[in-house]
Design a protein around this ligand. Sequence first.
Ligand SMILES: *[C@@H]1O[C@H](CO)[C@@H](O)[C@H](O)[C@H]1NC(C)=O
Ligand SMILES: *[C@@H]1O[C@H](CO)[C@@H](O)[C@H](O)[C@H]1NC(C)=O
Ligand SMILES: *[C@@H]1O[C@H](CO)[C@@H](O)[C@H](O)[C@H]1NC(C)=O
Length: 325
Amino acid sequence: MKFVLALIGLVLACSVDISVSKDAALETVSKHGQLSVKGVDIVDENGEKVQLKGMSLFWDVWMPQYYNKESIDGIHDLCHSNVVRAAMSVVTEEDGGYIETPEDTLERLFAVIDAAIEDDIYVIVDWHDHQADLHLNYSLEFFDIVSKKYTGVPNIIYETFNEPTGQSWNDVLKPYHEAVIQVIRANDPDNIIVLGTPTWSQSVDQAAANPITGQKNIMYTLHFYAGTHKQWLRDTATNALNNGIPIFVTEYGTVNADASDPIDEAESRLWWNWLDEHNISYANWAISDKIEGASALVPNATSAEVCQEEFLTDSGKLVVAQNKA
Ligand SMILES: *[C@@H]1O[C@H](CO)[C@@H](O)[C@H](O)[C@H]1NC(C)=O
Ligand SMILES: *[C@@H]1O[C@H](CO)[C@@H](O)[C@H](O)[C@H]1NC(C)=O
Ligand SMILES: *[C@@H]1O[C@H](CO)[C@@H](O)[C@H](O)[C@H]1NC(C)=O
């Protein structure tokens, strides 16, 4: 009898294992619905833990050719993603961004969001700035427009500040995020909001020491580049998790922090193992055809060619294999 029960248990365990897909492309919005944050985890509308895996687009002013439906189709179907990140430039030295040409930014962003909705995947609305604290009035305007337009749409995830640099968490970043959260929450009570942390979104320990309180569905950004950031950063992040800080890796690379070669495959695997073990969501930098190690696409790949095998770089191939693993 015991043996039979054990056997039934084994069969059940196996069938459960088999039915749980690990291919991110199959873990869609229609399957998981409205996400929320419970403890340090993202859970779906049934309270089950969910892990999002996917791709970040490159700065929109520099790679506008990938801000369209064709490209998002490729990211979902062929890069096996259930999340895409729209990296909306705010200011760039030569090529502007939201502050100069807000209509262009919004047009590209809406194209990506609408494609993500159609393709049934989640989309991160990223204010891609290093000095967002100096442009607060523009962030407030931007997040008000977007959260008003997409109120109640479960696909959306907000990222308020890509990568702060040396700004103080306590004096600058926390008040900045609180102001942006207030604007988003006036329109959108539920969708997840991810907050940038000091030191190019590595110092999650500083956020852990003084987290945002009185808000729900808040997470904190961790970025890593495997060639540069090693066990010490995983240790920092593990401590932050242990202190109850939910982490979302909205950007990571298999290469050096300056996006250059070589690919550090061994360290990337250590990171992926750590992320998967903790059910942490991640998006790879980047859907880009720039000639640099971090790019997932070969030079001159068109939007129709996004994520097709023959147009993936070595980094792109590793990342896609991971997204469907
Ligand atoms: C933001 O503030 C600057 C400086 O006061 C002003 O020139 C600009 O028009 C403001 N923009 C928005 C969107 O509020
Ligand atoms: C990750 O999620 C799986 C599936 O829900 C669960 O079995 C596992 O315990 C989770 N891991 C952690 C560290 O929470
Ligand atoms: C990409 O296109 C540019 C402009 O047409 C061309 O000069 C360049 O040789 C192409 N690069 C590759 C690697 O095909």
